[in-house]
Design a protein around this ligand. Sequence first.
Ligand SMILES: Nc1ncnc2c1ncn2[C@@H]1O[C@H](COP(=O)(O)OP(=O)(O)OP(=O)(O)O)[C@@H](O)[C@H]1O
Length: 542
Amino acid sequence: MSNNTNMMFELDDILEISTPETASSGMSMISNKSNPFFAGMVYSKPLEIPKLDDATEGPQTPTTYQKNLCINATSEVDPHLSDDDDDEPDTSEEQKKLCLCATSIPMETQEAGLIQKKAAVNFPSHTHQITDDYTVSHEIIGVGESGKVMACYSKRDETKYALKVLRDSPKARREVELHYLASNHENIVKIIDIYENTFDGLKCLLLVCEFLEGGDLLTRFENAGSVPYTEKQIGEIISQIGNAVEYLHDMNIAHRDIKLENILCSSIDPETCVYKLGDFGFAKRPERNHLMESPCCTPFYVAPEVLGREKYDKSCDMWSLGVAIYILLCGYPPFYSMKGLAFSPGMKTRITTGLYAFPSPEWDVVSESTKDEIRHLLKTDPATRTTIHELMRSSLVTGEESIAIRRGSPYSNSDSDSAVEFNMDSGESTPENDTPRSWSRSITPEDDVPELPSKAGPAIINFKKLEALMLKTGGGSVRQFSKPSAMKPPRLHSIQEEVGRALDMMRLGNEDCFIKSPKISENPLLQRRLSLKTSSPESFKN
Ligand SMILES: Nc1ncnc2c1ncn2[C@@H]1O[C@H](COP(=O)(O)OP(=O)(O)OP(=O)(O)O)[C@@H](O)[C@H]1O
């Protein structure tokens, strides 16, 4: 890796954490700053390793390389956990996969029973300076949590690309690896080049991606006045993004950060626009460690709850798609803080209990089958939430009339649990197997809502029970639902954080938990307690 300490790469410009204000500004230019590092460096030598885009030509199926990279991940997963739960697994194929995986582990490792904590990170990268090949401009094309996304131009043909700079870390490597694995799908932002450069002693990963000139879907929706899209328009968007999600889920990758800001548009013309999923910062696929703990047969002994996490990760994507569809259909999110907070106990309660509404008038024009689809996507129990394969067959995506026959569906047959729906006219709960109706009531203000049991419950909550519970706990009462009637553009952009936090909650089986030793902890409370302990009389110490 080359060290570039004498160059003036304005890292802070790029790695700076965004603020909602800068984030909402969308595309902008910093034209008054000149940066000698970015300016006019001449392309000097051919690339040392093949261009990534060479490898990404071809049919939209995982390449052999990608499959090989994924095979270790897929092989650790219980075959019964595939999304097609009903399909009888081909045992011989599954066994072959398991063996393939086991044999790919070096023999010494197998014998020693070594645990490899992290899957190897695989992506081809350039170690020479990015400025050999690209002119990096100060044009900001987007701002996210991990910094600014800048424009850069190929020195070969002046083509414009998007450049994302990440501080090198295991998390950043996982982002790049998983994005790279998926990058040849037509509905996933394509990676063109990856560089590993060092600036001022800071190791960075530089991701050069295709530039999507239509920008992100949230900004685009907002710039058009947050006018609700038609079901047909949404069907088109979801069929494309769903395609990407299906591809990812089939490769055992969960994206875990699907939101409108991460859906990018190839053009501003809706007729020709191709929608692409970007930002793999939270993407995840199962690691090999379970398998590595004991060679070959371990997958048969892995507890279901461990394997289950992978399924939760995927179902988190489905929940996010439900939120995205909801927002595009009405212009406001299903769960939000009415006090303008990014998050609140009330909002958390509504998410965990699946408490949201389809208020008039926006939802009056939306078909029952689409509302039904949203209900299935926003189900609180991840195990019963719609899978991507089901969504792709839904009438919303296919455009055909809905035949809502779903195993265990509380909306299409009567064999489900006892969820009930609130009847706005009578104030009564109606049996769920009646024709589903839109809610027009909810709880307000949110913080009046008592904390309900957090275990996954039915998607629709029994208002009678809730009201009784609230009275018992001294909480508020069920009142007229106050929807954010005019979700003006700035307001919509400000929900970014709310949706982000909600999504955070949905990422079950989140990152590995690291418990610091008290010896190295800098926790002030612990420090105080420790100093108290050392300064207290002997009798207090034991
Ligand atoms: N290839 C691209 N073409 C056009 N715009 C892009 C591209 N990549 C990113 N952007 C813009 O930059 C924004 C931030 O990008 P990205 O989501 O990758 O960054 P992030 O820091 O990971 O964001 P997040 O806050 O979602 O974690 C996007 O919402 C989009 O507006």
